[in-house]
Design a protein around this ligand. Structure first.
Ligand SMILES: N[C@@H](Cc1c[nH]cn1)C(=O)NCC(=O)O
Length: 466
């Protein structure tokens, strides 16, 4: 009887993490299929580039609404909605030839993707002890990176061998299977049924057995439970009539009054954008059109990025849980290292040597795992009733900065007359990548400011980090 109860949190987490990996496969499914997509839809490079941008806008734009829904409907429902939206999106992608329908397909994929990560993150504190959370969160992100690897080579091979429609229908089918698995396995928290059990109105033995896990998990957090909702300042008088759910703006303002949430936002804003910009769009053009590498070498360096990010995740989880008080400084140090490495590449007097490019592709992706520290900070400072909302708000940080930097680099290339592959040059890329520097500086300054405010807030409320 004991073994299944101990295993259940890991089974729930495992299926959640696989759902996230599938979301990443869907998200990056066009990354290695640019030429195939251009052929299939008969589009130019500019139209192709709008696909990831639109998807990123949808993803970032939906984080806050999805976060609010998460607090009302729970993570299981949103993981299922996300899986279904992505499946429909990929079926559409597989079967249409019109560009506007392909854009609609990417919108659906972006919307489904937006539902997945923060829902899986919201599950974790319900199933794991506080001290395990940093490691489990990092391993969740690492599983997502496996999805990134799958979408680079195996998916391209599948589409190359089987064709566009079977390839994308294959991705949609795997997504549907994992969504069904999620309906059978994921529970919002111990003692609550799976989606399937809730639909049939019968709570299975495993779900009933898991009730005792709830008290075990909350027992540990009573040492320093999450802040109470009442700790968030309310400026308007409380209503005397029957309590109504606070509206969006009221909740948003209350959330942003917590300095720890603002700190988490800036942590997420500052560290991952360089990696996103490089992996999602500008890395390959820079390495081939700027540095002069061939496609195989450029692809190899991009794969090193994914491996470096995964290895860092394994290290950073235990490290940030062991050095709780220092986790913001660990993040700060990593961001400075990323900024200095990029600055060295930008100011290098000749073509950057291969060893420097290796340092770049090892250091820049550390920003992804470092950004997971933002979710730890969010958890430490947010009342449970605001958990999904706060995670959504914080998760917009890195995606907003990535979007602005991706567009900024494109604009800087265009302004120099170097916006197309025939016109690319190393000097134009140097200037274009320098667009990142103000974003790092802005983020670092705000981290310092909000870290001081957070410390004062904690002292005032007599709180300790958890
Ligand atoms: N910054 C990422 C997480 C990450 C960890 N390692 C590499 N990336 C993040 O916030 N992800 C959210 C998502 O939806 O993927």
């Amino acid at each position: 009887m004991r073994a299944p109860r101990l295993i259940l949190p890991w089974v729930v987490w495992g299926v959640g993490a696989i759902a996230y990996a599938i979301a990443i496969i869907n998200r990056s499914s066009l990354a290695a299929l640019g030429p195939a997509a251009q052929d299939h839809f008969a589009i130019d490079a500019t139209t192709l580039a709008t696909f990831p941008v639109i998807q990123l806008i949808v993803y970032a734009g939906l984080q806050i609404p999805v976060g609010m829904l998460l607090d009302r409907l729970g993570p299981t429902t949103l993981i299922l909605c996300g899986g279904l939206l992505m499946t429909v999106g990929q079926v559409l992608m597989a079967t249409v030839h019109e560009v506007w329908l392909a854009v609609l397909a990417r919108v659906l994929v972006g919307a489904g993707d937006a539902c997945t990560f923060i829902s899986v993150m919201r599950l974790l504190p319900e199933w794991f002890a506080v001290r395990q959370l940093p490691t489990v969160s990092q391993v969740t992100a690492l599983t997502g990176q496996v999805g990134q690897l799958v979408s680079v080579t195996p998916l391209a091979l599948l589409v190359g061998a089987a064709g566009w429609m079977p390839g994308f229908l294959g991705v949609a089918s795997v997504g549907l299977l994992v969504t069904i698995l999620a309906a059978l396995v994921i529970r919002d928290r111990p003692g609550v049924g799976t989606a399937f059990e809730r639909m049939t109105g019968r709570l299975g033995r495993r779900s009933r057995d898991a009730r005792s896990l709830a008290s075990a998990a909350s027992g540990e957090s009573t040492l320093m439970p999450p802040p109470a909702t009442s700790m968030i300042e309310i400026t308007q008088p409380a209503p005397t009539a029957a309590p109504r759910r606070a509206g969006f703006w009221s909740r948003f303002r209350r959330l942003l009054r917590i300095p720890g949430v603002r700190l988490a936002y800036w942590l997420h804003f500052t560290s991952p954008f360089a990696s996103h910009a490089f992996l999602l769009l500008w890395g390959t053009p820079f390495l081939i059109g700027g540095v002069g590498l061939d496609a195989a070498a450029a692809g190899g360096l991009l794969s090193v990025m994914v491996v470096s990010s995964m290895a860092a995740g394994l290290l950073l989880g235990p490290l940030s849980s062991r050095f709780l008080e220092r986790r913001v400084w660990i993040h700060f140090g990593i961001t400075i290292a990323i900024m200095l490495t990029w600055t060295a590449v930008i100011v290098w007097p000749t073509t950057p040597p291969l060893w420097l490019l290796f340092v770049l592709v090892i250091v820049v992706p550390l920003g992804g795992p470092a950004s997971m520290i933002a979710f730890e900070v969010t958890r430490s400072h947010t009342p449970v009733s605001f958990g999904g909302f706060a995670t959504g708000v914080v998760n917009t940080g890195g995606f907003t900065s990535a979007l602005l930097v991706i567009l900024g680099i494109g604009l800087a290339l265009d302004l120099q007359g170097a916006g197309s592959p025939e016109q690319y040059s190393l000097d134009a890329f140097r200037i274009a990548f320098a667009v990142q520097i103000p974003f790092w500086l802005l983020g670092l300054v705000y981290i310092l400011v909000e870290q001081r405010r957070t410390k004062r807030w904690m002292d005032f409320h007599g709180r300790r980090l958890r």
